[in-house]
Ligand binder design. Structure first.
Ligand SMILES: [Zn+2]
Ligand SMILES: [Zn+2]
Length: 345
């Protein structure tokens, strides 16, 4: 049994490596004349775990597949929507609450491409997942940092941009863009990754945020939320989970950012709709996108060394290392920073 598991894992590593070396650019599948229909972002209630389904027209993308226990729930959800083909399945990282249902899902539907972060696991759920990949002759890819167009969606993989040394932080982090609307999926990546994405200038600004690590206090930092500036944030945690997710500190920070919070443990499955310009709840309520632009206008940049803060366009901005971002002027003043005499923020 153990030997078999080892062989499966070795085979997968070879497959991933081979795929990476010889991968052709999936952007070739873009339909150039695609007219925008509406898109739906489903955050399926899988208890303590992640599973998002993104659809428009006949394009279907799934990010993570919940726990082993929720595999049958996801299969039923897909079948109720008449989906028997996923253009793309993305497993952010090999933890049971993200890939546990992967074997069930990929057994029940066909898939165009599978993207993984390249890590393996010796757990039973992963062994089963690998078995299904092998059975169905599916070669997983490790996506490069950059763009992949799938139907009307533009995916941009932002991370792992380096080896962060643990599986949660090595989650695939990506944005999914539909028209002018962007959703950011963070897997279980926490503050180290958030800081790196800010530092390396990744485009993380988004309308919809899949809150990282089920609302852990070690993710969703103030600086990160300021940069993302979401109008709606979805937390996928299971009610009564043993981790205490979502942690109240994280929830408070997200509330303060001005984003509307939706929670799978309270709201059940969350469905957001978009026409490529705005984001709506399934009941038709609009999430205010302009708020995001206003919040961006009000960003102030402080110099940690000189304790002076500037507006974003000031020619005397500090280097990245010494920067601190304030979303309100009063926050800069309260933190003991004084206004730059040049740009008069
Ligand atoms: Zn995890
Ligand atoms: Zn997780």
């Amino acid at each position: 049994m153990k030997k078999q598991k080892l062989i499966s894992c070795i085979l997968l590593i070879i497959l991933i490596f081979t795929a990476c070396t010889y991968s052709t650019n999936p952007t070739e599948s873009v339909k150039a004349d695609e007219t925008l229909e509406t898109a739906q972002f489903h955050f399926i209630d899988v208890g303590q775990g992640d599973c998002a389904l993104i659809r428009s027209g006949d394009t279907n993308i799934m990010i993570d597949a919940g726990t082993s226990e929720s595999g049958s729930i996801i299969c039923e959800y897909l079948s109720n929507l008449g989906i028997d083909y996923l253009d793309c399945f993305i497993g952010t990282h090999p933890h049971e609450d993200h890939l546990g249902g992967g074997a069930a899902v990929l057994s029940s539907v066909d898939v165009g491409a599978v993207y993984l972060n390249g890590e393996t696991s010796s757990s039973y759920f992963f062994e089963r997942f690998v078995d299904v990949l092998l059975q169905k002759d599916i070669t997983p890819f490790i996506p490069d940092i950059g763009f992949y167009d799938i139907g009307p969606f533009r995916l941009e993989f932002l991370s792992p941009c380096q080896d962060f040394g643990n599986s949660n932080d090595n989650s695939l982090v990506l944005t999914v863009k539909f028209g002018d609307v962007t959703a950011l999926f963070t897997g279980d990546a926490e503050r180290t990754v958030e800081a790196e994405l800010i530092k390396n200038g990744s485009n993380i600004n988004a309308d919809i945020l899949k809150v990282s690590h089920h609302g852990s206090r070690y993710a969703s930092s103030v600086e990160f939320l300021n940069r993302v500036s979401p109008s709606v944030a979805v937390i996928s945690s299971g009610s009564g989970n043993s981790y205490g997710h979502p942690h109240k500190e994280a929830v408070q920070r997200i509330e303060k950012s001005g984003a509307e919070i939706l929670r799978c443990d309270i709201d059940g499955t969350v469905v957001l709709m978009s026409d490529g310009k705005e984001v709506y709840s399934s009941a038709g309520a609009q999430f205010d996108k302009n708020k995001e632009e206003d919040a961006q206008k009000q960003t102030y940049i402080g110099n940690k060394k000189s304790k002076i803060f500037h507006c974003e366009t000031c020619p005397n901005l500090p280097g990245d290392k010494n920067r601190i971002i304030f979303n309100k002027r009063e926050n800069a003043v309260m933190s003991g920073y004084s206004a730059c005499g040049n740009c008069n923020p």
